[in-house]
Design a protein around this ligand. Structure first.
Ligand code: 5GP
Ligand code: ZN
Length: 111
């Protein structure tokens, strides 16, 4: 998808701070981190959102989440996985992405 920001990041046309990459997925630091650890995990193939994605892709992403949280050192302290979807979900980039947030308490409201 030519005009998709995350497709362009996946293709390497736009630089990103990568934490993991293989043939199917890319994980990179969020440009506007909401926690000490804030990584975005995307499939390289374009899916607009989780409703458009197939179960195999989601299963693969799940495996990568498990691996990444260990590598990022947040598997024991805990973390939050978020998939914003659609308008009410406040999804701003229309390419499926999983937010992995950790390194602080996710208490809401903060404090
Ligand atoms: P959404 O709101 O769609 O769930 O999340 C999009 C995320 O992408 C936001 O957290 C935003 O900070 C991040 N983001 C937007 N543009 C860029 C970019 O060019 N590079 C990186 N690394 N993150 C971005
Ligand atoms: Zn895309």
């Amino acid at each position: 998808m030519e005009n998709c920001l995350f497709c362009r990041i996946a293709a390497g046309d736009i630089p990103s701070n990568k934490v993991y990459e293989d043939e199917q997925v890319l994980a990179f630091r969020d440009i506007d981190p909401q926690a000490p650890t804030h990584v975005l995990l995307i499939p390289k193939k374009h899916f607009a959102n989780i409703l458009e994605a197939d179960s195999e892709t989601i299963a693969y992403l799940h495996g990568i989440v498990k691996k990444l949280v260990k590598e990022l050192g947040i598997d024991e302290t805990g973390f939050r996985v978020v998939i914003n979807t659609g308008e009410d979900g406040q999804q701003t980039v229309k390419h499926l992405h999983i937010h992995i947030l950790g390194g602080r308490s996710m208490q809401w409201p903060p404090g």
